[in-house]
Ligand binder design. Structure first.
Ligand code: OGA
Ligand code: NI
Length: 358
């Protein structure tokens, strides 16, 4: 499978469309009726993904540590999605990261166009995922960059304005990677594996970390489109910093879409496809999508914490038994990602298609 070097059609910035003030969105963004969001909810207002206080992990008290790990275990098995508070990332850094990126998107279009991206690596300023000609598009723009491995990190590909953006992204990235390592250890212990098992399976210190900042402009017809179509994240796990002013993320639970109500300064964690494979589906990546809003833009930072791109990812031997045979065949994350990038968001069809026929 090869990625074409350019997009199949000229790129239109959703932000520019939004700024025209037109009351109707172009057909390209109109989803078929069964895929449209329903706004007659009210029924979903009570459920929220679990909120977990991580300060217990560092408390030094084994009982509290165990209770915190247990909460994480339940959240991983039952939801695959949770919010963490007291995660150790300074609140001013959390707010600073989001608001710096908001400033980036509010700059004149010419400045952003300098970073226009291509499907080969997706790095830079983009307005679509997937390269299928004629595809129905999502109502969002984004900026994508690499932090790890360090040979992929290139500050020149990160915005130079606002001037402090690169420093903020550096600091925020370090903190996310620290948090990622903590959670891999907790997951390993919770699964009865050696505590460094998942970290090693991810490639030791050579993990991947990349950031997609999503910008969802105001949308005059939010009931006809989506900010981001249903998908599961392809990597290991994702740390999402949501917009605290406006909700939009929905998680599929059973047959329902649950709207996540972000807690202030919390970071949303979700299991992604590679952890589903490594745990032989004891933890599952969960489908999610984003709805848009007629009066408010939304900015979110999705930090993807991924295995090293060329290590084989396969179910942990300890989790494969005669009653629970291996569900997936080994595949590197590189191979998997290429497969995703050509198609764009497709629910959970990709990880499901990995299922072995054995
Ligand atoms: C993503 C994602 C959710 C959001 O970028 O993969 O799911 O709330 N984002 O922006
Ligand atoms: Ni996602």
């Amino acid at each position: 499978m090869n990625c074409p070097s350019d997009w199949p059609e000229p790129i239109v910035r959703v932000q520019s469309l939004s700024e025209t003030g037109n009351t109707m969105i172009p057909n390209r963004y109109i989803k078929p009726p069964p895929e449209r969001p329903s706004f007659n909810t009210g029924s979903d207002s009570l459920l929220n993904i679990p909120v977990i206080d991580l300060s217990g992990l560092a408390s030094g008290d084994p009982t509290i540590q165990q209770a915190t790990r247990d909460e994480i275990s339940v959240a991983c098995r039952e939801w695959g999605f949770f919010q963490v508070v007291n995660h150790g990332i300074r609140h001013d850094l959390v707010d600073g990261a989001r608001e710096t990126w908001r400033e980036f998107f509010h700059q004149p279009m010419e400045m952003k166009q300098d970073y226009a991206n291509a499907p080969k690596t997706y790095e830079g300023y983009g307005s679509r995922l997937g390269v299928q000609k004629g595809a129905i598009l999502d109502w969002s723009d984004y900026f994508f960059l690499h932090y790890l491995p360090s040979n992929l990190k290139n500050h020149n590909k990160w915005p130079s304005h606002p001037p402090f953006l690169r420093d903020v992204v550096e600091e925020y990235s370090q903190e996310i990677v620290r948090l990622g390592k903590v959670l891999l250890e907790v997951f390993s212990i919770n699964l009865g594996l050696e505590e460094s098992y998942l970290q090693k399976a991810f490639g030791g210190d050579d993990i991947g970390a990349c950031l997609r900042v999503n910008f969802y402009p105001k949308c005059p017809q939010p009931d006809l489109t989506l900010g981001l179509s249903p998908h599961s994240d392809p990597g290991g796990m994702t740390f999402l910093l949501p917009d605290e002013h406006v909700s939009g993320l929905q998680v599929r639970k059973g047959g329902e879409w649950i709207t996540v109500k972000p807690v202030r300064h919390a970071i949303i964690v979700n299991i992604a496809d590679q952890i589903q494979v490594l745990t032989n589906a004891i933890y599952k990546s969960v489908e999610h999508r984003v709805i848009v809003n007629p009066n408010k833009e939304r900015v979110s930072l999705a930090y993807f914490f991924n295995p090293k791109s060329d290590v084989l990812i396969e179910p942990a031997t300890k989790l494969v038994t005669s009653k629970t045979p291996a569900l997936y065949q080994p595949m590197t994350f590189d191979e998997y990602r290429l497969f995703i990038r050509t198609k764009g968001p497709q629910g959970k069809s990709q990880v499901d298609s990995l299922k072995s026929s054995k």
